[in-house]
Design a protein. Structure first.
Length: 298
């Protein structure tokens, strides 16, 4: 999302940092530079890992660091400090005996919550002369946000993760009514906002796709996956030429199945079954196609 639809993050910046940037403000995505860190593995050995910050945005002279996190992590504050210094180094100003290092504004966005999830992230810098400075930011905890607030503030990047709050229900039981209700709400609101030109064709299509990706990840093929995916289905934006091309490809497949079926001696019921299985046609549509094309190949 950050690579294809960076515009959608303007509303997130405004909401988190109290800004008022217009939707068309010029913004730059800064490279997410990484660093190497040594971590201890389960067997007690050491391994080097590269950590890369999630999302760096520059608007005017301001730099914003957005870090997305699934769960609370004891190393989050020190990681933010390391990311921030890497970013600050890019914009530092120095001369003989002096350097000014502008730290970016930051926030951590928690997709899920546990008992340990902190409301804020604080990095305290202490100096040899006794000075102490807190570098602090409130965290965004998505479970605290209502669906209405997300839509009102146009916080589109949060929408795909909303379903994550129902992960346990989806995995362990049959009561997924709340998840279904919220998916239907977001689907209808996304369509409405697209119709009102708040979302482009591609933004709408990709948002729906991102939601499906999260659903697939959570359900991992269980019995609720198809039902939840289908709620977000059928909302595909396409041009007239794309529609005609899709119809042409579908008709070509239909003709091929009917022709091959007749060549190898399948009866009509078997051909109808193939059309339903291979292309997903209803029985009524399959019968209509067989009536239309079947005689051509006899």
């Amino acid at each position: 999302m950050k690579m294809k639809h960076k515009r959608l993050f303007i509303s997130v910046i405004n909401d988190v940092f109290g800004k008022d940037y217009p939707p068309d403000v010029k913004m730059d995505i800064l490279p997410s530079e990484g660093y190497l860190t040594e971590n201890e593995t389960a067997d007690g050995s050491k391994e080097m890992e590269e950590q890369i910050s999630d999302f760096l945005i520059k608007i005017g002279s301001e730099v914003y660091l957005l870090e997305c996190q699934s769960y609370d992590d004891g190393s989050m504050a020190i990681r933010i400090a390391e990311y921030a210094f890497i970013v600050a180094r890019q914009f530092a100003v120095w001369d003989i005996g002096k350097a000014t290092i502008p730290m970016p504004q930051f926030t951590v966005i928690y997709v899920k919550r546990t008992e340990k999830t902190p409301k804020a992230t604080t990095i305290t810098f202490t100096f040899p002369d006794g000075q102490s400075v807190d570098y602090k930011s409130d965290n965004v905890i998505l479970e605290d946000l209502t669906r209405e607030y997300i839509i009102e503030k146009k916080l589109f990047p949060y929408i795909p993760f909303y379903i994550a709050r129902y992960e346990k229900d989806i995995l362990s039981g049959d009561d997924i009514d709340a998840a279904v209700d919220n998916l239907e709400y977001f689907r209808n609101e996304i369509i409405r906002l697209h119709n009102e030109s708040e979302l482009s064709d591609l933004e709408m299509t990709d948002l729906i796709g991102f939601i499906k990706t999260i659903i697939t990840h959570i359900t991992n093929g269980n019995k609720n996956e198809e039902r939840l995916i289908n709620i977000m289905g059928g909302v595909i934006i396409e041009t007239e030429s794309e529609r005609l091309m899709r119809q042409g490809m579908k008709q070509g497949k239909v003709q091929m199945i009917i022709e091959m079926g007749q060549e190898i001696g399948l009866d009509e019921l078997e051909i109808l079954q193939k059309l339903q299985e291979k292309i997903g046609l209803s029985l009524e549509d399959a019968e209509a196609y067989l009536e239309q094309y079947g005689r051509q190949f006899v």
